[in-house]
Design a protein around this ligand. Structure first.
Ligand SMILES: Nc1ncnc2c1ncn2[C@@H]1O[C@H](COP(=O)(O)OP(=O)(O)OP(=O)(O)O)[C@@H](O)[C@H]1O
Ligand SMILES: [Mg+2]
Length: 405
């Protein structure tokens, strides 16, 4: 089969307009989040305030950090580094200072020698010290004339208690001395909450910004921006379907948005319809990450005929709070729709418990105290996968799904 050049061009543009595998790094593809961006920018502009940005996996924390460079005033230098499990206090600040360069002018000497500007990274400061303490960081930052925004992403990956304590102390000393530079720490909710509770609960200079899942409007904006870029359109039912399947997680909006565009382009059309979304679902299932597939299979597998796949799907479809948690009573409605008859909590309470057990992953985490238990998917990405899998295998029909929207 030969694909003509025009089609190839359209496929290529589609994969630029949607990025399921990577954070957003340019403002014109960044959707929604107006309030959150305002909160962060306001804190950055307040001397002595620092920011902790936290939320579930995949809600868009890194994307928001990436666009800061474009939206902050000229003259503010944004430095962004990532943490990993091997990092300690010294290695993190080494990465930060490596990114900060000062310009040094050297006068040209002799005939025809022109002046040169040397760019010097500042990590040499740290290399010269045997040990570094929060006070040293403050000392260096005070001596840099640029206004800096230092973004430290994935702080949840720091594995070492001493490092988190030192980071907390650094924020404290930077606030106490009212430095114009700002630290922005980013991480997954639970670990960052721990950090706050253990070390900084009383710290008023630390602005805590919680990033919730994206709203229906914000997910819609991702699709609108992407298709506008491609000069394509999407029908309202097709758009609503992608939004519902995404469960507030933008990765799936990008993934289904991209595969739907490809299906439409393949057919030489310009308007995406529900058939394209069906094709996209199949494609997403076929190409899903192996880790998600095996997590799903472990959760539902059973030699006998059981209700695990139906109950897991009902959990994925249950109404959730801003942190993705739901109660057993929230499972009732989707379960009854899937089973075409009324199902009450005792009929699936055991399944919920089992999902919290190692034997089935665990895939759910139980929160709170008895009678007020709430549940949450440990890997939020499993929720949209469970729903698209349910649709693709006919556990739930598109019509029933629409009733839950
Ligand atoms: N505001 C946005 N507009 C459009 N797409 C977005 C937005 N925020 C996030 N995305 C998309 O959602 C996906 C996840 O985003 P991102 O990597 O920023 O999330 P994260 O919270 O940093 O995830 P993790 O917890 O895994 O580090 C990416 O595909 C990204 O392109
Ligand atoms: Mg991230």
């Amino acid at each position: 089969m030969s694909v003509d050049i025009e089609k190839r061009r359209r496929f290529a543009s589609a994969s630029r307009a949607f990025s399921p595998g990577a954070p957003i790094n340019q403002y014109n593809l960044f959707a929604g989040r107006i309030e959150l961006v305002n909160d962060v920018v306001r804190a950055i502009n307040q001397r002595g305030q620092h920011v902790i940005l936290y939320g579930e996996r995949g809600v868009g924390k890194t994307s928001l950090a990436n666009i800061m460079k474009e939206i902050l005033e000229h003259g503010i230098t944004v430095v962004k580094v990532n943490c990993d499990t091997e990092d300690n206090f010294r290695s993190i600040w080494h990465k930060v200072f490596r990114e900060i360069v000062i310009k040094k002018e050297s006068k040209g000497l002799g005939f025809n020698k022109s002046d040169t500007i040397e760019q010097i990274p500042l990590d040499g400061f740290i290399n010269g010290l045997d040990e570094i303490h929060p006070e040293d960081i403050r000392y260096f930052l005070e001596r840099i004339s640029n206004v800096l925004v230092i973004i430290i992403d994935e702080v949840d990956r720091i594995d070492d208690l001493q490092t988190t304590t030192l980071m907390a102390d650094t924020i404290k000393t930077l606030s106490d001395h009212s430095l114009s530079s700002t630290l922005v720490l980013i991480g997954v909710a639970d670990s960052v909450n721990e950090l706050i509770q253990k070390h900084m609960s009383t710290e008023r200079t630390l602005v805590q910004v919680r990033m919730p899942r994206m709203s229906v409007e914000e997910l819609g904006e991702i699709l609108d921006k992407g298709y506008e870029h491609l000069k394509m359109k999407i029908t309202t039912p097709a758009k609503n379907r992608i939004i519902q399947l995404s469960q507030g997680l933008p990765h799936y909006t990008h993934l289904l948005g991209l595969h739907s565009a490809e299906s439409c382009i393949n057919d030489d059309r310009d308007t995406i319809n529900e058939t394209d979304v069906d094709n996209a679902i199949r494609e997403a299932i076929n190409k899903a990450q192996q880790t998600i597939i095996s997590t799903y299979n472990t959760a539902i597998s059973s030699p006998r005929k059981t209700l695990f796949s139906q109950v897991l799907l009902s959990c994925a479809l249950a109404k959730k709070d801003a942190l993705g948690a739901f109660m057993a009573s929230d499972v009732r409605n989707p379960m009854s729709l899937i089973m075409h008859r009324k199902y009450d909590i005792p009929a699936f309470a055991r399944h919920l418990n089992d999902f919290c057990d190692e034997k089935r992953g665990p895939v759910l985490q139980k929160l709170g105290t008895s009678r007020r238990f709430r549940y949450r998917f440990i890997n939020p990405m499993l929720e949209p996968y469970t729903i698209i899998h349910g649709l693709a295998t006919g556990i739930i029909s598109a019509e029933a799904l629409e009733k839950l929207a």
